[in-house]
Design a protein around this ligand. Structure first.
Ligand code: ADP
Ligand code: MG
Length: 368
């Protein structure tokens, strides 16, 4: 039958779109990638604006080091500046990343964002606008991207980045996410659910990133949905994001050279008990999920909490990057690492000991 013989390979743009949809499954995935880029750029202030759960608009503004703009752009606007490299035009090409120079870097890299796929992916499934200014540039530059390439703001216009006014840092605007994947778009029933997921990841980073201010706002609303000042302490940050849990925290810290890790964080005492476990887990400064960590922590608390009671734990793990496998899933959510059992066991032993100490000192106090 002829129709069996005429199978054609998928067109490249369809392939790109499918790949992008696997990395950016929901608005929260795009926001997380962009927020991590802001943190990587050394930002101390991060502002987020969301409309319709991020499906209509996701905008993130930071005061980080900005993105270098190509010599050609400068020349064409007669702002010749020989020291600038070409970055803005290639920003959204797949696997373009300033964090990965060659394969060896994979071992020494301190961040997870080494795949150079996030912005490229977003450009395949949304309208993307980037405005950026480095400290050394006399103006900001603005560019639009579509399908991994610079694109004109309006049909018929030039797609070259344009100089404009702006503060140092970067603003990334993502509009109409999944506009070209109607099935995916329809699958999102509730913008408020998507907003809640975005808020969750923002508050995680707000707890983790000391010295950085965060604010997130829904479009059209006057006040911020959540905000934290740059000067806020760790406990303040947890209080802003998780209220009651912050009143019952103990700090813990442990490290071990043999297994090549250090761990620090805060966990609630036996006085605190919630309906569900909350774990804010950071591995090498990236928010990740680990069902192994969650299970072990819940077990550690079993002796201390009434049945059906659950803890709040913020845990920051630093592990030799060569031992962490972040690419088990395209969204980099669930993470595995070498000697997982040993490391988790040591962390949970430490938490248990701290809980016991607090417990006995309290018993002692009430007895005297
Ligand atoms: P990756 O983070 O894996 O390198 P991304 O697609 O997330 O890939 O980003 C591509 C590149 O764009 C980054 O390596 C960085 O150089 C630049 N970039 C993106 N966002 C920002 C930002 N907010 N500030 C400065 N540079 C940025
Ligand atoms: Mg990134």
């Amino acid at each position: 039958m002829s129709h069996l013989n005429c199978r054609k390979p998928l067109a490249q743009d369809v392939v790109n779109k499918i790949a992008a949809g696997e990395i950016i499954v929901a608005p929260v995935n795009a926001l997380k990638e962009m927020m991590e880029n802001s943190v990587d750029a050394g930002a101390t202030a991060i502002e987020i604006l969301v409309k319709d759960g991020g499906l209509k608009l996701l905008q993130i503004t930071d005061n980080g080091h900005g993105i270098e703009v190509s010599k050609e752009c400068y020349k064409s606007y007669r702002y010749a500046n020989q020291t600038q490299k070409d970055d803005l035009p290639i920003l959204c090409e797949r696997f373009t990343t300033s964090k990965l120079k060659d394969f060896d870097d994979l071992r020494s890299i301190g961040t997870y964002g080494f795949r150079g796929e996030a912005l490229a992916s977003i450009s395949h499934i949304a309208h993307l606008r980037v405005t950026t200014k480095t400290a050394g540039s006399s103006c900001a530059w603005q560019a639009y991207y579509q399908d991994g390439k610079l694109s004109p703001p309006k049909p018929g216009q030039s797609s070259d980045p344009k100089p404009c006014a702006g503060r140092p840092g970067t603003q990334i605007t993502v509009e109409d996410l999944f506009y070209n994947i109607p099935n995916r778009r329809r699958a999102f029933k509730s913008p408020s659910e998507e907003y809640a997921r975005i808020l969750d990841v923002v508050t995680r980073y707000a707890v983790h990133c000391e010295h950085v201010s965060f604010s997130i706002k829904k479009h059209g609303e006057a006040g911020a949905g959540f905000s934290v000042a740059a000067a806020a302490s760790k406990i303040d940050r947890i209080k802003q994001a998780h209220g009651a849990a912050a009143r019952e925290l103990i700090e813990f810290k442990t490290q071990n050279d043999r297994w090549g890790f250090s761990a620090s964080g805060y966990c609630t005492t036996a006085n605190y008990s919630a309906k569900r476990t909350t774990i804010l887990l950071f591995i090498n400064h990236r928010s990740v999920e680990s069902s192994a960590v969650k299970k072990a922590i819940e077990q550690a608390y079993q002796l201390f909490l009434p049945k059906g009671g659950h803890p709040f734990v913020y845990l920051s793990l630093e592990i030799d990057p060569a031992r962490v496998d972040v690419n088990v899933h395209p969204t980099k959510r669930e993470v595995h690492f070498l000697s997982e059992d040993e490391i988790i066991d040591m962390v949970c032993t430490d938490i248990r000991e701290r809980l016991t100490q607090v417990d006995t000192s309290r018993t002692f106090k009430t007895q005297t």
